[in-house]
Design a protein around this ligand. Structure first.
Ligand code: ADP
Length: 396
């Protein structure tokens, strides 16, 4: 049975078509620059070939129409009826969703209600759901939430120490993000090591352009570094991570800006980019660091330090840690970042194996034999989780 996994951003639509339950990827690709005046871009990988086409993409509906037509034209499928389910990644599920579910009018209403908390994400997600509904009216659709896995956090972890009324009236609290990824790599670790997830205390580090760290006890999230929005936590490609909120009013005053503008700058021009004054890309910063560039080095070191702050705090929260797992673009690929971070973890007896750590592209142990903590790099696969959850929900 064919199942499509979809991730709609404000100007993009990423897709992966799976043959399930075999979990085989049939085709994948993405649309970029949707809704732009200039030409959009459509990339697809199929039958061993990569293709790129420039075309006008007025909205997400045009992208969906283009994709479905191309799947037939390329003979990837013979008929649209072959697609039995479409699963969507949804960034913000608020307090409503602690697991994936089938789409109905009530679910759509709740996702819409949560737009305020994630305007750049939930709005395009809904547009994507509606676009598939328009082109495949009989298809079963599902939604898989980035926040769902974090719904098991206790109040003391998800509440901010702010007037309680803000929580009651506006839902101000930590929701976290990247939940699908944290849950996936934790389960993969248990599967690969033949251990029971219920016995494990894990710290998962999803370090990509966006980055978050999660403490997991017995397969359940106990705390995570992202907050009401993905701005909280460790510094990222362009996000500052935690700062004293007074910085916002101070910069507003100094530069005659409003809070929204400054928060946007904390999201878009801070983190690696802000500190290095050079790039938001880890590869660029690592290259510059080796050339002796002080600010690139500082940008990386601030992040390393904050990752270790979280690992330390979660170690205490969990009371012990069986494994630390690195994933996402930087976590999976940057042996340098892993080495820099683990070198700061000597106090908990974590030691890296330099030869294993130099490898990448597959799930493997990177700790040395005498390490007191198991260390792993595990590629994440959020699209596969979406396809698995969709298969389960549409066949139940
Ligand atoms: P997103 O949050 O956008 O999904 P990714 O998980 O794709 O981000 O991560 C992107 C980051 O991964 C970039 O900073 C990129 O430099 C980094 N990255 C990718 N490959 C490597 C590599 N070989 N070495 C170091 N960093 C890498």
């Amino acid at each position: 049975m064919k199942i499509m996994s979809i991730n709609c951003g404000s100007s993009s639509l990423k897709f992966k078509l799976f043959e399930m339950p075999e979990e085989k990827v049939i085709t994948e690709g993405q649309f970029e620059r949707i809704g732009f005046k200039e030409m959009g871009l459509y990339k697809i990988k199929a039958n061993g070939l990569k293709e790129e086409t420039e075309l006008q993409l007025k909205d997400h509906s045009v992208a969906v129409e283009t994709l479905l037509k191309d799947l037939i034209d390329k003979k990837i499928i013979n008929s649209l009826d072959e697609i039995k389910g479409v699963g969507h990644r949804i960034v913000q599920g608020g307090k409503y969703f602690d697991k994936s579910c089938l789409v109905d009018e009530d679910v759509k209403k709740k996702i819409e209600e949560l737009i305020d908390l994630a305007p750049l994400h939930n709005r395009p997600h809904l547009i994507g759901i509606n676009a598939f509904e328009a082109h495949l009216p009989n298809i079963k659709q599902t939604v898989v939430f980035d926040t769902a896995f974090h719904q098991t956090m206790k109040e003391e972890c998800f509440m901010y120490a702010v007037p309680y009324r803000w929580y009651k009236e506006y839902g101000i609290r930590k929701y976290g993000a990247h939940g699908t990824s944290h849950q996936y790599v934790a389960n993969e670790y248990a599967r690969l090591t033949g251990k029971n997830i219920e016995d494990l205390k894990l710290i998962t580090c999803h370090i990509g352009n966006g980055a978050s760290i999660t403490a997991i006890d017995g397969g359940k999230c106990v705390d995570t570094s992202m907050g009401l929005t993905p701005l909280e936590g460790i510094p990222m490609g362009t996000r500052s991570g935690n700062i004293d909120p007074t910085v916002v009013s101070y910069i507003c005053e100094k530069e005659g800006k409003d809070a929204k503008t400054v928060v946007n700058e904390l999201n878009k021009i801070s983190g690696y980019l802000g500190v290095s004054c050079y790039s938001n890309d880890a590869r660029d910063l690592e290259e510059k660091y080796h050339e002796g560039d002080k600010l690139s080095r500082l940008a990386l070191e601030i992040q390393d330090k904050r990752i270790v702050d979280y690992i330390g705090s979660y170690y205490f929260l969990l009371g012990r840690v069986d494994a630390i797992i690195f994933t996402a673009g930087i976590g999976e690929n940057s042996s340098e970042m892993r080495k820099r971070v683990v070198d700061r973890l000597g106090v908990i007896g974590a030691k890296i194996d330099d030869i294993e750590n130099a490898k990448r592209g597959f799930a493997h142990r990177i700790s040395s034999k005498d390490s007191k903590v198991d260390l792993w790099a595990i590629p994440t696969n959020e699209e596969l989780v979406i396809a698995r959850d969709t298969l389960k929900l549409i066949t139940e």
